[in-house]
Ligand binder design. Structure first.
Ligand code: NAP
Length: 250
């Protein structure tokens, strides 16, 4: 029997990453569930992947630390072998604030996780999937945000700028790898009902802002996951460099 393709999802212990792990398992992927702090939540997602009949591997790594990312990939190489897909999903926000209220430690951390972390995680996937490196191809889906378009004034322009970088890197990397068997796309979620909003200081934010969303409701993590898993799939075989808005019209 051909082994199932292996998918690494960063930040898969909750929210959009966890929903993607569940759906990917239903579609036949074996899933590596990366997380930063919440081992119990990551193990619970792994149990759901296994219940769907697929293998699950839970690996802790803070994507802002290159040594931890390299150790994570070394474990995947040793225990599962060939990587077929990456969902570059781990991301953070911080308290709602204006730029003139933000300290440099916050700005450094935002870029270290959301930008440099995503680039390093993608680099290691390229080294394994690109035909230039002897790989058999694959797909990368980066998780951006509608904030990249909107700028998030008086909320978190640092976060918005980090997601602008994700869009630009998606575009460039897609072309860089287009003839090497690796497709690179992004999804840009709008306001989605996950626990991330509590980190911005308002756990109810997603529902409070429903009125500014043309569809008058926040998105669900499984709605974002559906776009991600489609972009990973063979049905998207001619789609690369695309940025798919999943934002209720906003
Ligand atoms: P979430 O519920 O806060 O989940 C974040 C996940 O990322 C958790 O699994 C967390 O693991 C992990 N994580 C955080 N920092 C990490 C790090 N340094 N290294 C590795 N993993 C890390 O977030 P979400 O709402 O699902 O968001 C997922 C992605 O969608 C993010 O990139 C976010 O920017 C983007 N997005 C979200 C929304 C929204 O409204 N929810 C809108 C647009 C874009 P632990 O729990 O173990 O720390």
């Amino acid at each position: 029997m051909t082994p199932a393709p292996v998918l690494l999802i960063t930040g898969a212990s909750r929210g959009i990453g966890a929903a993607t792990a569940r759906l990917a398992a239903q579609r036949g992927w074996d899933v590596v569930i990366n997380y930063a702090r919440d081992a119990a939540a990551a193990q619970a997602v792994a149990a759901e992947v296994r219940a769907a009949g697929q293998r699950a591997l839970v690996l802790q790594a803070d994507v802002a630390h290159e040594d931890q990312v390299l150790a994570m990939y070394a474990r995947i190489d040793a225990e599962w072998g060939r990587l077929g897909g990456l969902v570059n999903n781990a991301g953070i926000v911080d308290r709602q604030a204006r730029l003139d209220e933000m300290g440099s430690a916050r700005l450094q951390r935002m870029m270290a996780v959301n930008v440099v972390g995503a680039l390093v995680v993608a680099r290691e996937a390229v080294r394994r999937m690109s035909t230039r490196h002897g790989g058999a191809g694959g797909a990368i889906v980066n998780v951006s945000s509608a904030a990249a378009r909107l700028g998030s004034p008086a909320m978190y322009v640092d976060y918005a700028a980090s997601k602008g970088a994700i869009d630009t890197f998606t575009h460039g990397l897609a072309i860089e790898l287009a003839a090497e068997g690796v497709r690179v796309n992004a999804v840009r979620p709008g306001i989605t009902d996950t626990d991330i909003h509590a980190d911005s200081g308002d756990a109810e934010r997603a529902f409070k802002l429903a009125g500014i969303i043309p569809m008058q409701r926040p998105g669900r993590a499984d709605e974002v996951a559906a776009a991600i898993v489609w972009l990973l799939s063979a049905e998207a075989s001619y789609t690369t460099g695309a940025i798919v808005d999943v934002a209720g019209g906003r």
